[in-house]
Design a protein around this ligand. Structure first.
Ligand code: CU
Length: 253
């Protein structure tokens, strides 16, 4: 799975490298637009609230002991430190944190209610590591006293690549199509994050213990999927009844 993911990543990088390179210029700071209304129309999904049920569960880890990848920092040491330890998977209280869980085939239900998409660069890391947002504008900030270069490897949205010097005004990047995007900094090679632009409101990021909850799910049977950046994707079917809680656990390794 990891190998497939890397191969896919390589193809993706090659595909957008040219577009990204041509966009790699020093631009005047962009004006930040107001947060877009959440729950705008997304192809294949209709807002149609009604009685629903809940899906809750845990994303558990059963792989080998997690070893951090150590990266020696050779520039901007005052801001970035001397060493970065990058975890391929973050396990907390027995579960996987920051796995993305979603209903893949829900056609209608509640309105989008995710927080506005926001990504910061702090301590030479992308924060949060995984952004989950509705289609709309992603606000990107640089809290560091150093320059970063935000590089989005988008599939459905336009590629984006821009330098953000120290003290830059926030950027606003239009991401109006559902997508899974890798974000990198071209200055600091270890900086990598993920942006998930959801195609429906039934997405969650797993928290401590790997736990997640999806609420107000219309009654029905769905494909529930989970994705973690180095462990890949799994799915299972889950049936939801109004007023009930369905349990769904995954074990990744
Ligand atoms: Cu950077």
């Amino acid at each position: 799975m990891i190998r497939q993911h890397k191969a896919l990543l390589g193809t993706r990088i090659a595909a957008v490298a040219l577009a990204g390179f041509s966009a790699c210029v020093w631009l005047a700071p962009q004006v930040v637009q107001a947060a877009p209304p959440q729950g705008g129309s997304v192809s294949g999904y209709t807002v149609q609230p009604g009685p629903g049920g809940t899906i809750s569960g845990k994303i558990l880890y059963a792989g080998p002991p997690v070893r951090a990848k150590k990266v020696t920092v050779t520039q901007d040491n005052e801001t970035c430190g001397k060493m970065k330890e990058i975890l391929p998977v973050q396990v907390k209280d027995g579960g996987i944190v920051d796995a993305v869980v979603w209903l893949d085939d829900v056609s209608h239900g509640k309105a989008f209610a995710f927080p506005a998409g926001s990504l910061d660069q702090k301590g030479c890391m992308f924060m949060p590591h995984v952004v989950l947002m509705a289609p709309g504008q992603l606000k990107i900030t640089n809290s560091d006293p150093a320059a970063h270069n935000v590089h989005l490897f988008a599939k459905s949205n336009r590629a984006f690549n821009q330098v953000m010097p120290q003290g830059s005004d926030p950027l606003s990047v239009p991401l109006f199509r559902p997508d899974t995007i890798i974000v990198r900094c071209d200055v600091h090679t270890w900086m990598q994050g993920h942006i998930i632009v959801a195609k429906n409101p039934y997405y969650a990021l797993s928290g401590s213990g790997g736990s997640f909850t999806l609420t107000d799910v219309p009654p029905g049977t769905y494909h529930l999927k989970v994705w973690q950046e180095t462990l890949g994707t799994q799915e299972q079917t889950v049936t939801v009844q109004a007023g009930q809680t369905a349990s769904a656990n995954f074990t990744l390794k």
